[in-house]
Design a protein around this ligand. Structure first.
Ligand code: MG
Length: 266
């Protein structure tokens, strides 16, 4: 009881401070349903049009905007994978952490401790200044959903490479719709929606993986069905795998930085 009272007063103190700073607002109290009970039924749904009894969605505090100087805040229902405080959510490489960011350092790929299927994934990346490097050797890293479906990270601002290997490509399969790259040394974002492939009990593909990708806020893939796992100089193939697998960040030997990584299970 004492603990509960203490935590309530801590909450009140914190919310008062946030309210004073204009950062926190009391959520609206739950109200009785508003709507209709005599409207037509919606097709293939157990609800009427404007159904009074239809549950309203939970309120989630949306993410705070990032700037070049500062990463934004994650949404309130996200699982934070990296916020600068450590590599607790990852295994594999021991990338260097400085401030809010971590840097690829040749110690190996990073792989999440947790496994994921369908997700919304947000991350921010920054390619280094490497004037002597070209094509796939310039700022190369990658975001591998389920450890096998790569959204390419590359310096593609003024660096020609093959189209299906440039930044935001689904590697070796689909170029991004546009090149939304910022110059090296600037922070960029990916917002990724991933639908995991489904295999039947015999390991035969029954539904492919899908990717929707926003690069710096621009749509570059819209519910794109993947050919299979992504690979170098080979046509992607599906191989049956678990319904959930870890997310991987690639160590390709270029000191690419990452910050503000969060994920929501869908
Ligand atoms: Mg790569």
């Amino acid at each position: 009881m004492l603990l509960r009272t203490a935590s309530i007063s801590l909450f009140l103190m914190a919310s008062t401070a946030l309210a004073a700073a204009g950062l926190w607002q009391e959520p609206a109290p739950q109200q009785e349903g508003v709507g209709y009970t005599d409207t037509p039924m919606l097709p293939d749904q157990p609800w009427r049009v404007h159904d009074k009894n239809r549950p309203v969605p939970a309120h989630v505090t949306p993410p705070g905007q990032s700037t070049q100087d500062r990463p934004g805040s994650p949404p309130s229902d996200a699982l934070v994978l990296f916020d600068g405080s450590g590599l607790d959510s990852w295994q594999g490489g021991q990338w260097e952490i400085a401030g809010d960011a971590m840097t690829v350092n040749g110690s190996g790929d990073l792989v999440t401790n947790q496994a994921f299927g369908d997700v919304q994934l947000h991350l921010e990346w920054c390619t280094p200044v490497e004037p002597k490097r070209t094509s796939q050797g310039k700022g190369n890293s990658g975001v591998f959903l389920m450890g096998r479906y790569e959204v390419q990270v590359l310096n593609s601002y003024a660096n020609r490479s093959y189209a299906d290997g440039q930044a935001a490509s689904i590697y070796g399969q689909f170029p991004p719709a546009v090149n939304a790259c910022r110059p090296e040394g600037q922070w960029q974002s990916y917002d990724i929606l991933f639908t995991a492939p489904v295999f039947n009990k015999d390991g035969i593909l029954s539904s492919p993986a899908f990717l929707t990708v926003f690069h710096n806020g621009l749509m570059v893939h819209n519910h794109q069905a993947l050919i299979g796992g992504t690979g170098h100089r080979s046509v992607g193939k599906y191989q049956a795998h678990a319904a959930e697998l870890p997310i991987k960040l690639q160590d390709h030997g270029n000191p690419v930085r990452y910050r503000n990584i969060w994920v929501r299970r869908l």
